[in-house]
Design a protein around this ligand. Structure first.
Ligand code: F6P
Length: 328
């Protein structure tokens, strides 16, 4: 088994609150085991450009509560090329790096799979860091809980003004092709409807649902729309509903957007990131490679990268049913 002495860590893809807490846990656990950690700036881009920085345990003081990623991030196109990965490998060898910890989502692990096939002498372990919670093999990804809390706070505020004006609001949340953020936001935000990619819905059903509510003197409503839903953009949906529904005084659209990606991580995300960061270093010391460190039923769980990115992570059917029943 290869002895691991120097580990490089990087964050890649969309940032997620809690990434810093994960880096902190990696550095602190490495320190505990006499290993050296190097931070790579801007993910795979920094690996290609040779931007490495030794991280001492004091470098990660006072970061557990900070959103974003101190290591910066990027969506690297160059790493998707054979030449880009070769350049990255040469820089890793030049810096005597024995192993990598990749913190990110689908795109990050897709790059890691390619790299591992070409350069198996540098083991890679991954940590799921994305607000989308769309990775198979972990109950939660770092940043999801914070993003949902941010979205729910926004919905609470919209509720005040929707109520005051008897208006219907369509609120778009992120999640790419996954409805996790939307579903949890809808339940926690007391929404009157939710549109997610995992379900086929149509305008007529939505209008029926909203009319039913209005009959019971529901004078305002909020519908949560996942950005990846199959009915179109949130603006298209609002326009189509407006043509068929006249029970509200007005219809408005709010796109929460990148607000969901920022802010101080929730306690849940800090704990999750700490567990996974710690676990990633342990995994490398045990000789693991090509796996994502996740959490399942409160225990650390390892999933091969290929499965994490190719298998779909279904939404909880009971939660979907709950959201619809409570929306009425
Ligand atoms: O993957 C995280 C995410 O925030 C998605 O929910 C969203 O679709 C995407 O990233 C937005 O990416 P960008 O910040 O590059 O526009």
């Amino acid at each position: 088994m290869k002895e691991i002495k120097r580990i490089a860590v990087f964050t890649s893809g969309g940032d997620a609150p809690g990434m810093n807490a994960a880096v902190r846990a990696i550095v602190r656990n490495a320190f505990n085991n006499d290993l050296h950690i190097y931070g790579v700036l801007r993910g795979y881009e920094g690996m290609i450009d040779g931007h490495f920085k030794r991280l001492e345990t004091t470098d990660v003081s006072n970061i557990i509560h900070r959103g974003g990623t101190l290591l910066k991030t990027a969506r690297s196109q160059r790493f998707m090329t054979v030449d880009g990965r070769k350049q990255a490998y040469e820089n890793l060898v030049f810096n005597d790096i024995d192993a990598l910890v990749a913190i990110g989502g689908n795109g990050t692990f897709t790059g890691a799979v390619k790299f591992s096939e070409e350069y198996p002498d540098i083991p890679v372990v991954g940590i799921p860091g994305t607000i989308d919670n769309d990775l198979f093999g972990t109950d939660f990804t770092i940043g999801f809980d914070t993003a949902v809390n941010t979205a729910v706070q926004a919905v609470d505020k919209i509720r005040d003004t929707a109520d005051s004006h008897n208006r219907l609001f369509f609120v778009e949340v992120m999640g790419r092709n996954s409805g996790y953020i939307a579903l949890h936001t809808a339940i926690a935000g007391g929404a009157g409807g939710v549109l997610i990619p995992e379900e086929d819905t149509n305008i007529d059903d939505l209008v029926k649902l909203l009319k039913r509510g209005a009959k019971r003197a529901k004078l305002f409503s909020i519908v949560i729309v996942a950005e990846g839903n199959h009915m179109g953009t949130v603006y298209d949906i609002a326009r189509q509903v407006e043509e068929k529904l006249d029970v509200f005084d007005d219809i408005k659209v709010t796109v929460i957007g990148h607000l969901q990606r920022g802010g101080s991580p929730s306690a849940f995300d800090r704990v999750l990131a700490s567990i996974l960061g710690f676990g990633a270093v342990e995994a490398l010391m045990e000789g693991k490679a090509g796996v994502m460190v996740g959490i399942k039923n409160n225990s650390i769980h390892f999933t091969p990268f290929k499965e994490a990115i190719s298998k779909s992570k279904p939404l909880n059917k009971d939660l979907m049913r709950l959201a619809h029943i409570l929306a009425q």
